[in-house]
Design a protein around this ligand. Structure first.
Ligand code: ADP
Ligand code: MG
Length: 706
């Protein structure tokens, strides 16, 4: 980029004409805009045809945003206290409408004058039998016609209430964009190689940036949007492929050459059932990785109950067959315990040294464990975060399995890499399915395996939505199930901001459950996050052994717990849970041969999103479908796992859901380029590399350190 232009664009936004310290602070706080370039890349979310004015008489509440032109006739302050508002009569030739302000009342009554033509832009509401506008955008008609750069289409920018109070309306932003344009006064140089721009029939970056803010017609907007969306997604993909390739070439790991005694013995003597097709396929993929000198860094996705543990175990046996140690790390003590028990059971008679290390392991035992691990006496170690500590040293660690990756931070994962001379192979298991489009961007530089098939003979879980008033009926149903010998989970919400509240909910719940299911006929376990690990353990164990029939819990039981005899999952205040959490919780049942049920209890008052979540849960058990809905509801930035990814999700113009076709295309092109020029050092790709670095040099690659 031309250096003078670059200097200008990198300047603090405060120095742009029309922006002072106050507005600069607002832009930074509200929109994370710090430089002039940031503002240039702040795009409108829609365009208004400024040549069209509605007649006031024709307004109705079904219309979207419209524009009217007329004059204020009268201002009056109405109501008291928080209901105090300013109401103005605004008229054109056809009729009159009320304009209402609840905030900035004094300011609005001062600034707007009678007998001057104004253009008002807003959404018609229906209130008290009349149509009104609340807090619309208002501008003197004279000023609107002064805009030179665009004739009819006016860009509309998202603004916040705080910005509007600070005079940073959508119009004001448009003016600032004009100021940038005027100051640039030259052609903005290309940000993609010429051959690509030509081959892909893209318009120039200069034209795209001008058109997106000041379009001449709708057709041009489309071209500008396409160019900018493509570019945004393309560079993310280019970065992903380059790093992935870099990892392939540069990061070596141990080669597990042969399939030996342990694996074969297990397969012929110990495996209690036939592997599913998906398990076989995934194992093949993993074996291929482990058998090459390439470092394996694989994400293993599989819905709850799809049998990931077994795949993990068999991969660990491959490590053992090649004289390496393996470890399996779980996010909670309970899970680690359960894995330990399951795996010991699976490995009976195989003469494999397997141990467990968690936060509650006794000091004395720990010392022995550390010793045995470093001497290689222990072949498989299962544990929690305790495994990450520096005192934990291996003789020859070859494979690390991480269960439920989203509970681990990036830094923690990085510590695992240092447990041997070369980084050990890593397999990360997750039961939170990741939608395809998201997987391509967030986890793009990890290899991915998917177990998309459940073991045969599972009965589909029946999911029911019940309002709180139906609780007695639900209790009756619970009694019947217990009568049949089943066990029941009852889960209360855990709200991050208020653990106290969560505790109270659970406590109340426990009391009412104890009353409805009195001892000695019934026995109830409780598990919540505030209990000591040992207490939790004990309560879990009682339930797992069938000594208690009901488990009252918070979401601590969300991940991984396996009690096949539990066939009913009751979720209280289900509207307060996210979709992926609901799905995870439901996955605790349906693990045995019996018909299982999930009951979602809610109050009558449900928001639209809560409604969608509940309906989705009732209508499907497909984790991938649920993940797609979750992505639509929450947007990618909020999905579990993405925050740690190091990739920023505030995409400026592309939308992972709506633009998945552009994403695929961009991905295809980026992949081709890296295949042909892995280091991006060929002359025609130098610009691409420069821009890639500019965009991503500050960011962490998830794949590099997971
Ligand atoms: P998840 O993927 O949720 O971790 P698990 O590994 O806990 O699932 O497996 C769920 C249950 O299914 C376990 O009881 C496991 O023994 C059983 N299982 C795993 N693979 C198979 C299979 N191929 N056939 C039958 N049951 C299986
Ligand atoms: Mg599991």
């Amino acid at each position: 980029m031309n250096s003078m232009l670059n200097d200008f664009l990198q300047q603090d936004i405060m120095f742009l004409q029309g922006v002072g310290p106050k507005k600069a602070e607002l832009l930074a706080k509200e929109l994370s805009i710090y430089t002039i370039e940031d503002l240039l890349y702040y795009f409108p979310f829609k365009y208004i045809d400024r040549s069209v004015f509605h007649a006031i008489k024709q307004l109705n509440q079904n219309l979207a945003y419209v524009q009217i032109k007329g004059q204020f006739k009268q201002f009056s302050t109405v109501g008291e206290g928080y209901k105090k508002r300013l109401v103005a009569q605004f008229v054109d030739e056809s009729g009159s409408i009320e304009i209402v302000w609840f905030k900035a009342v004094a300011w609005a009554s001062k600034i707007y004058k009678k007998e001057i033509d104004y253009v008002i832009f807003g959404k018609p509401n229906f209130f008290n039998g009349k149509i009104n506008f609340v807090h619309p955008e208002i501008e003197e008609a004279e000023k609107t016609s002064n805009v030179k750069l665009n004739a009819t289409l006016q860009a509309s920018y998202n603004t916040t209430e705080k910005m509007k109070k600070g005079f940073l309306t959508s119009r004001a932003i448009s003016k600032l964009q004009e100021n940038i344009r005027k100051s640039i006064n030259t052609v903005i140089p290309e940000t993609m190689s010429a051959y690509l721009v030509e081959k892909l029939k893209l318009i120039s970056i200069n034209e795209a940036l001008r058109t997106i803010h000041f379009p001449e017609n709708t057709n041009n907007i489309k071209k500008a949007e396409y160019r900018l969306k493509f570019e945004e997604l393309f560079y993310i993909q280019l970065n992903i492929f380059k790093q992935k390739n870099n990892r392939k070439v540069n990061i070596k790991s141990y080669i597990f050459q042969h399939v030996g005694e342990y694996f074969n013995q297990f397969y012929t003597n110990n495996l209690p059932f036939e592997l599913t097709g998906a398990q076989k396929r995934v194992l093949k993929e993993i074996r291929k990785d482990l058998g090459s000198s390439r470092h394996c860094n694989r994400l293993l996705q599989g819905d709850v109950g799809s049998g990931k543990t077994l795949v993990a175990l068999m991969s660990m046996l491959l490590a053992l067959d090649n004289d390496y140690q393996a470890c399996l790390m779980a996010p909670t003590e309970i899970l680690a315990q359960q894995h330990f028990i399951t795996i010991q059971e699976f490995l009976k008679g195989l003469n494999i040294e397997i141990e467990i290390l968690t936060g509650s392991s006794k000091t004395k035992k720990r010392r022995v464990l550390h010793q045995d691990l470093s001497e290689g006496k222990i072949q498989i170690i299962i544990g929690t975060h305790a495994l990450l500590e520096d005192v934990v040293q291996f003789k020859n660690l070859g494979l690390v399995i991480i269960d439920e990756q989203h509970r681990f931070g990036v830094a923690q994962r990085a510590r695992l890499w240092k447990k041997n001379n070369l980084p050990p192979h890593v397999i990360v298991m997750t039961a939170t399915p990741i939608p395809r489009t998201l997987a391509m961007t967030v986890y793009g530089d990890l290899e991915m395996s998917v177990i998309d098939e459940l073991p045969p003979g599972r009965k589909k879980i029946k999911t029911i939505h019940a309002f709180d008033s139906k609780r007695l009926g639900i209790f009756k149903f619970i009694r019947e199930e217990i009568e049949k010998g089943r066990q029941i989970y009852i889960v209360y919400p855990l709200i991050a901001e208020s653990e106290h509240m969560d505790y109270k909910d659970l406590e109340d719940g426990y009391e009412s459950i104890s009353r409805a299911f009195p001892s000695p006929k019934y026995a109830v376990s409780v598990v919540h996050g505030k209990m000591k690990a040992a207490e939790k353990e004990k309560a879990m164990q009682l339930f797992a052994n069938g000594q208690t029939q009901i488990m009252v819990a918070t979401t601590v039981i969300e991940v991984g717990v396996n009690v096949p005899n539990a066939s009913v999952m009751i979720i209280e205040s289900a509207e307060r849970f996210g979709l992926s959490q609901l799905h995870q919780l439901r996955g605790r049942v349906g693990r045995g041969a019996e018909q299982s049920y999930c009951v979602l209890m809610t109050s009558y008052k449900l928001s639209k999103d809560s409604r969608t979540r509940i309906d989705t849960m009732v209508s499907t058990t497909d984790g991938f479908l649920i993940a797609e809905v979750d992505l639509k509801l929450r947007g990618p930035g909020d999905l579990e796992g993405t925050q740690q990814s190091g990739i920023s999700f505030d995409l400026k113009i592309a939308n992972l859901l709506k633009d998945s076709e552009i994403l695929q295309h961009a991905r295809h092109i980026a992949n081709k380029i890296i295949e042909d020029d892995p280091k991006l050092e060929k002359e025609h790709n130098l610009l691409l590399e420069k821009q890639r670095k500019r965009l991503f040099s500050k960011k962490v690659s998830w794949g590099q350190i997971s």
